[in-house]
Design a protein around this ligand. Sequence first.
Ligand code: NIG
Ligand code: FE
Length: 436
Amino acid sequence: MRKVAKEEADLLIERASELLTIRGGSRKPILGKRMRDLGIIMDGAVAIRNGRVVRVGKTDMIREKIESSNVIDASKRVVMPGFVDPHTHLVFAGSREEEFEMRLEGASYLEILQKGGGILKTMRETRKAGKEELLEGCRKTLSIMLEHGTTTVEAKSGYGLTTEDELKCLEVMKLANTEHPIEIVPTFLGAHAVPSEYKDNTAGYVDLVADEMIPEVAARKLAEFCDVFCERGVFNIEHSREILSQGIRHGLAAKLHADELTGFGGAELAAEMQAISASHLLFSSDASLQLMADQGVIAVLLPAASFTLMTRLYANAKRMMELGVPVSLGTDYNPSCWGENQQMTIALACHQMRMTPAEAIAAATINAAHAINRGHDIGSLELGKRADILVLNVPNHRFLGYHFGVNLVAKVVKDGNLVFDRESDRNLISEESPPH
Ligand code: NIG
Ligand code: FE
């Protein structure tokens, strides 16, 4: 019998004890109990060509059809899609460790903000910083994220709070995106706090955001989304609605920080605006969550924000899943919640919100991809999707969340290139990988 020539792959990852395909959610986020089915292939393999997944299946079957001079043996290890982090405040200068101690002594997050600290302290430091300094900070953060398995990250502006400084931060993201393997998806968050110069004139600042910043950001194509910190004492419902509506008019899909510190009507507003996502949601009622479910607004849950606020309150992820709200998970990386690691998010989601490891994994991959409008392209290992792939040093997926406080990532492949390899002492990011 004639032997059929095998197809050549650029890279073949094979013999995974579990290959988590997380298939079936490319069109819409995965809901409720279906999040427990990660589409696991035992003894699985994935073949990659031109930065994309070309075949997924049992190793023996893939081997009959595919050959490659570049093979990674993933025996006794889990292979899965890269983490997607759908909520970060990536670009800032300075740090807030003194406030961390003040909060340990009992000061609240909003008290500190009202006294000119918190976001406003970071704003002062970010305004002073030049692009190169901000970019340097970004590079460090992105490399930590990548080593911990994050291959795509959403990033919000919001520490400039003048037109010029907001544009500066968004331009830093754009530069970082061209030079670092991680893809950065930018969000404009000019309405993050009311800056000191508008202290008694919130309406004036809202006008600046709506009339000057949004048109400029949109014209320069520096953001895909517009977000608002909708909270008592920060931006109320009317102001949030005004800003999000203007964003939508300029082609920026709506996102919202909703019901983080108080029940404030944020979830209802997110549903009304048909926002792509709403974050935090600690104080949202069942009725408002139902509205989100009806409109398909994705919940971005941020257990590390709860952990660092030290209020012991976590979003009710299980209830959201029962109600049919699509649930995703992010780090909320920012100067009061300084953690880059989505594995930590998963551990907190399991321990504090009782999500199973499988549910948390689906939330931090495919559903997180949908929360930033990338569900068609990343977040699962299926034909045609980007080859953003992790090899984890664990025998099965339940170790994510269960074995915590250490980095379980052995290798990271981004767009088909090996960009992090714990087993190698060379720095692959600068030596081999082309920029994203
Ligand atoms: O998602 N709540 C508003 N924004 C961030 C915190 C930003 C900061 O404190 O610098 C959040 O929790
Ligand atoms: Fe945030």
